[in-house]
Design a protein around this ligand. Sequence first.
Ligand code: NAD
Length: 451
Amino acid sequence: MEKFDLAIIGAGPAGYEAADFAAKNGLKTVLIEKDNLGGTCLNSGCIPTKTLLHTADLYHDVVAQAEKIGLSYSEFNYDMVKMQQRKEEVLSTLRDGIAKLMKMRKVTVLSGVGKVIDEHKISVTKDDDVQIIEADKILLTTGSVPAIPPIEGAQYAMTSDDLLNSDKAYDNLIIIGGGVIGIEFASLYTALGKKVIIIEALDRILANMDKEFAQSLKMLLTKKGTQIHVKSMVTKLEKQDGEFICYYTEKDKQQMAKADCILMAVGRRAYSKNLFDENFAVEMDRGKIKVNEFYQTSVSNIYAAGDVIGGIQLAHTATAEAINAVCHMLGKDMIYETSLIPSCVYTNPEIASVGMTADEAKKIGKKVISLKYPMGANGKTVLSLQERSFVKVIVEAETNRILGAQMMCARATDMISQFTQSIANKMTLADMKKVIYPHPTFSESIGKVIE
Ligand code: NAD
């Protein structure tokens, strides 16, 4: 039986990054994966969505702007089959990159289903072959899967995994759930000129983020023909003559909508199915693995990180948690401050947020100043014909320290890291004002908002 210092089950952004970090720090590491390397993020989440969005946004921009910016074409269209082929090329390049990295670090990669048998043993099953390995420490990073609510007819809806692999761009799409997944698919489909209906149970889309994002996005999406129904609960789905029908209640009234595809995007749930032998278990909480502040489960040499422990389900959070867990195994201080997580939504314009919103600050009794810069005054925004956009920064009134930032503008997802740095390093407005921003850039808006 081969022995390792660390065995990791699940090769997503938590698992493979932790394997890389552990191996760099001298641990003999094995990484076990039942599917492709890269997990949800690379195979059915962030990367495929953003690849398709890249084409869709280019398509939309050319159609919407060509005449204004001096371009002309005789025929211009998109091809979903080729978009899917391009997406597969991207995924395969990035998967190869992970495989090469694991090889370079001398991490053993085992293909098969991992199951924890006891505190130190794991079985790895591939077809009829079962291999048992032993490890001093175990890290569980098995991720999450789309949640399917108990709605009658839910089987008629596609999940984001299904729709991402579809060679067909549906003309009419109903999206159940106005969270991040729902909104990114709505952006993709509206950019391709399709009809989209969003049905959201809460009182606004992107309900976990600053309400100004929801207001601005609602305006932009409705301008492109998207219908948004909030405070609306889906009650039943049906299929009739090849068409899908979605019944929902909106302001206590029964409503229905028809489409040729329905996407279920109501959240993701931790994936821990068959992860433990029937005679062995760690403490769980409704499918999620319970961990302490060091990512240890109820069995102290078994750690867990990423979507499988619940909390914020983001690839970069999962990576940070998993590396922090390995730090603890190594007896080192944890590297990452996981209370400060930037979140990004790949709409057009992009949305990014970090730290507190003004509402969150007020809720905990903090006096804040909210500074806002409309990007209509930014040269790069005007010349590249960007849509309605803004940068907002939340400052503590008493100390002038930066507490949060919300951006809805081109390159927001790249620029938000400047605010993450300032918040993590407890910088004040005066500290940020010392920096010169190059002109003309989108990032000048950061200089302007703090001015
Ligand atoms: P979510 O929790 O962000 O949003 C789900 C939405 O569905 C909620 O607003 C909820 O109110 C609504 N809802 C639930 N049941 C409903 C019903 N019966 N009828 C109508 N609406 C209903 O979940 P998601 O959008 O599926 O995303 C899952 C996870 O993946 C999230 O944690 C998200 O942050 C993450 N993710 C992140 C990115 C990114 O960072 N760009 C992209 C995709 C997904």
